[in-house]
Design a protein around this ligand. Sequence first.
Ligand code: NAP
Length: 249
Amino acid sequence: MRSTLVEGRTAIVTGAAQGIGLAIATLLAEHGASVVISDINIDAATQSAESLRSKGYHAIAVACDVTDEQAVESLADTCQREFGSVDIMVNNAGITRDATMTKMTLADFRTVLDVHLTGAWLGTRAAGRVMREQRRGAIVNISSISGKVGNFGQTNYSAAKAGMVGLTKASAKELAKYGVRVNAIQPGLIRTAMTAAMPPEVLAQKMAEIPLGRIGEPEDIARAALFLASDLSGYITGTVTEVTGGRHM
Ligand code: NAP
């Protein structure tokens, strides 16, 4: 029997052309949601949306750079216009620009803060605007375990991902009275293009720290996101869920 966990709901996932975002959008669609695959890379987003539609799911692609205020506002408007509501918002888009602080440029610090933290703030504000009127909604911010423990060579990324925790909790307090929940996920080491770029010795060292003994798959994050987006988590807001195989518990 087909699951109806988010049947009739609508979902926007940013940075959803590939990786964790695509896995989240796919699982939400499999469980009944109409999904907006939004990404800065519109060609890849269009392909991903087409692939979901070919399986019988409701999916559209929308170009959106999450650092662009107007683009994020119109992303929420497009979802509402095309599907009638914005029930689920997943702020997932991300980049890395790793370097130790002595080598990191201010531009690379600011760019990473802008994509992750400002992007999630813009997404939360735009979706929150629609959700307040609807008196329901669930926002899921994809932070990182690096926001909890801080990673060598990632002062920009760790700061941004820790900032997303503050954003999650503060916006959860502001939106709770409208029936809108906001939660964060902190993934550990997940097999995507982002981690494929890691030197093999760094990957092996990180793998050795995972109590459950395997790298995470994008679907591991998607299942947590589905839970936080659905009514299964109806009494949960302002929380951070670590999906790390036990690493940095
Ligand atoms: P990914 O495979 O690189 O996918 C990220 C997507 O976001 C890409 O399609 C990328 O497009 C897009 N993007 C980049 N900048 C954007 C912008 N300004 N506006 C809209 N879209 C943009 O990465 P992933 O591994 O799936 O990561 C997804 C999220 O999980 C990120 O927030 C990441 O920090 C977080 N995370 C990942 C891991 C991990 O181990 N993989 C661990 C912890 C947290 P381009 O490819 O064109 O740049």
